[in-house]
Design a binder for this molecule. Sequence first.
Ligand SMILES: [Zn+2]
Length: 242
Amino acid sequence: MSTFKVHTATCPACGHTGWKVEIAQGLHITRLPEIKQQLLAGTFQTHRCPKCEAPAVFEAPVVYTDFDRGEYVAVENARTGNWQAAITRHQTVFRDCFELGPPIAQEMAARFKRRIVYGYRALREKLLVWDAGLDDRAVEAVKGDLLADEGEAPREVVLRVSRILDGGHLLFSLHDPVPRPAEVPADQPFVLALPPARDFLTATADRVAARMRDVASATRDYPWLQDDWFVDLHDGPSYLYQ
Ligand SMILES: [Zn+2]
């Protein structure tokens, strides 16, 4: 079931408060194609302040499921900063729902791609990548290769797929990492101002194809991409060494 609840919003840019937005409590996209369109367009739960018109995204934890396509993505936000606890929680839910369920649920579990992501931009990226028939581990490795070319470390910047260009080239937008907020009550969304991308980088289709032909090379070069749930270049190192 997907449900929405009304949230009283405060603008992260000007502090204007008292306006209302709707926040999703759970998502099952198989039944909600219009939500998938909003996710792909980058407009999902993005609202402009009625006073200063600055855009902000209201991120609440949701589980994105697409049963037809075998996709199960648990979306956390910067507030829920502990990987291990989040993964353990979602593994338990997944096991209770699928692996310990009737035979048909067990069959489903075996073919599901399971992921945990932080933020809607990261969810959007998974959907774009899978819709294009790409393996997300290969794409994460391509990001690492691009950053190495630029002399940047995966912890200092965040690359997300912005668009897939004609010919299969990948256009990435480059962002500053989202800092963990001091405190957000558990029942409140994490509200994130949306500054424009700092820069863009392009990976050629050849480069992407080379990683796709040898996906094992991705986990060889970036070992933290082997995780069953958490496939993200940037937070991998901190996940690995914490
Ligand atoms: Zn405002």
